[in-house]
Design a protein around this ligand. Structure first.
Ligand code: EPU
Length: 421
């Protein structure tokens, strides 16, 4: 296992290029199973989760050519198998996105349930409900979700759960509905840009979809889909993480290749905190304000403040004067980073799903343990400003979702090295 060793204190300066979106390309790769023809996916980030999805597609007997250097994946699934095994699915929860396309293509499939997750309970009841509405018989047997049907028939499907709309649930229903008979209306659909991107890819494959990116998506099923060529959207969470990195180090960073429209909520909160954010010709420039202000943040489904940026903002607030209040409404238990932050000297308390953070004057470096992807990013950000040396252990979590994070930070002037644990 590897760790990152960070010596804090250098303001980040320079330009960083944002890669393709992890959470866009995982369902898009799953969607290549909807056709026997070849699909080409571009702007794919080189991430552990992407490689796991490729392994799954290969296991399902698709031909996969992964050009990691250029971020291009070609997939051709002439006659896919219908079973996604635990050994691969357990590595990545997004494997659940195989359910919709495999069911639509084969009418019979089994996808292992992914198991426990450190960010909290992650049920798939909405996926099961939605696919049942389309006519599938859904059972859970021996740790697998088994979905089967004679045919899928379009209908209205409501995708809102206790914590809002489900993103991968919406993706699954969309991918099943494109090959269903008749019209499907998905209400309370997730509005995340990754859903709109998936729909763009499906439309290129011949699907008939309107409204994706909004709360009501209408799909008119077609008999078959064909191959398509698609470049995935930029990763808004990678971009947001670099925005916070610039702010927290009091640096001045140009973020290129991000989609500013996808980052309104993050920008709004950073500006409220006193950070300078400007936008010109496809570049977001972030420079740390002289002194930051405490914030109240509540995570919400898009276009609200993203849960995937909550941990990073907690780090920024930990050295911002005043008392910040951060409420997590998507994953009420997604606060594993707080106890590690306390090891670095942060003054944090948790009341139910709300973190109360009293800004301290400085953090001091220490060994810390990454628990999940975004928590790891938050600890790396803390290391960038902590006095002395911070060791972030178990960084395979970082590598699941950030492409070359350490290299990109080093390029901006951070003192960060990778070493064996
Ligand atoms: N939920 C249910 N029932 C379901 C599905 C979800 O109750 O059937 C609940 C969840 O427990 C959660 C809420 O609904 O409380 C939202 O979960 P959602 O299904 O939207 O999450 P997801 O689709 O599994 C995606 C991203 C996550 C991101 C969330 C929320 C991918 C591959 N993953 O997960 O990304 O946090 O949406 O925006 O798209 C990450 O990148 O670090 C990450 C965790």
């Amino acid at each position: 296992m590897e760790k990152l060793i960070i010596s804090g204190g250098s303001p980040l300066k320079g330009t960083v290029h944002i890669g393709g979106s992890k959470n866009s390309c995982l369902p898009i790769l799953a969607a290549t199973l909807l056709t026997r023809e070849k699909c080409v996916i571009r702007n794919v980030p080189d991430l552990a989760d992407v490689r796991t999805m490729c392994d799954l597609l290969k296991w399902l007997s698709a031909r996969v050519k992964h050009d990691r250097a250029n971020g291009v994946i070609e997939v051709q699934a002439e006659s896919p198998l219908g079973v996604a095994p635990y050994e691969l699915v357990r590595k990545m929860r997004a494997s659940v996105c195989l359910l919709g396309p495999l069911l639509a293509r084969l009418r019979n499939c089994k996808v292992s349930l992914p198991g426990g997750c450190v960010i909290g309970n992650r049920p798939i009841d909405q996926h099961v409900k939605g696919l049942s509405r389309l006519g599938a018989e859904m059972t859970i047997e021996n740790g697998y979700v088994h979905a089967r049907c004679n045919e899928l028939v379009g209908t209205d499907v409501f995708m809102g759960g206790r914590f809002g709309s489900t993103v991968t649930g919406t993706a699954n229903i969309l991918m099943a509905a494109v090959l269903a008979k008749g019209t499907t209306v998905i209400d309370c659909a997730a509005c995340e840009p990754e859903i709109a991107d998936l729909a763009h890819f499906l439309i290129k494959m011949g699907a008939k979809i309107t409204g994706a990116g909004g709360p009501t998506i209408e799909v008119e099923g077609v008999a078959e889909l064909h191959g398509a060529d698609h470049a995935v959207i930029p990763d808004r969470i990678e971009a947001g993480t670099f925005m916070v990195a610039a702010a927290i180090t009091g640096g001045d960073v140009e973020i290129k290749g991000a989609c500013a429209a996808h980052l309104s909520a993050v920008r709004d909160k950073l500006e409220e905190a006193g950070v300078n954010v400007t936008r010109t010709n496809g570049t977001i420039r972030v420079s740390g304000g002289a002194s930051h202000r405490a914030l109240e943040i509540t995570t919400m489904p898009y276009p609200g403040f993203p849960t995937d940026m909550q941990a990073q903002m907690c780090t920024l607030m930990s050295i911002t004067p005043g008392i910040s209040v951060v409420t997590e409404k998507i994953y009420p238990n997604r606060f594993m980073h707080l106890s590690e932050m306390a090891r670095l000297g942060a003054d944090v308390a948790l009341e139910s799903n709300t973190a109360i953070i009293k800004g301290v004057n400085y953090l001091s470096g220490a060994p810390v343990m990454a628990s999940d992807l975004r928590a790891s990013a938050a600890l790396v950000l803390a290391g960038l400003v902590a006095d002395g040396e911070t060791e972030v252990n178990r960084i395979y979590h970082v590598d699941r979702g950030y492409e070359k994070l350490d290299q990109k930070l080093r390029h901006l002037g951070a003192h960060i090295e990778r070493a064996d644990e």
